[in-house]
Design a protein around this ligand. Structure first.
Ligand SMILES: [Zn+2]
Length: 88
């Protein structure tokens, strides 16, 4: 669990799901309530997909898995994502 990269590693994959750059969004951790940019996530990529954890408490915030027929995104560890208004 000590080998991770930051949340910017999710930018390319999540661009397939979200039109705006999700790494600029603020995310609220469902575990501890911390509100931080997605770019602050700790992302673990030594798995079939990517697992992102809250930098404050370590809770899994989202999972992203690419299968041959689909892209799966789980976000049960987030209370919300807040995007800046368009044009910023
Ligand atoms: Zn947390």
């Amino acid at each position: 669990m000590d080998h991770f990269v930051d949340g910017n590693a999710l930018a390319g994959s999540l661009r397939q799901v979200f039109r705006p750059d999700i790494t600029t969004a603020e995310a609220r951790c469902a575990g501890c309530g911390a509100v931080r940019p997605v770019a602050d996530f700790r992302v673990y990529t030594a798995a079939p997909g990517a697992v992102a954890r809250c930098a404050a408490c370590g809770q899994v915030t989202l999972q992203l898995v690419q299968s041959p027929g689909a892209l799966w995104l789980g976000m049960s560890g987030l209370s919300y994502l807040r995007f800046p208004p368009p044009g910023r």
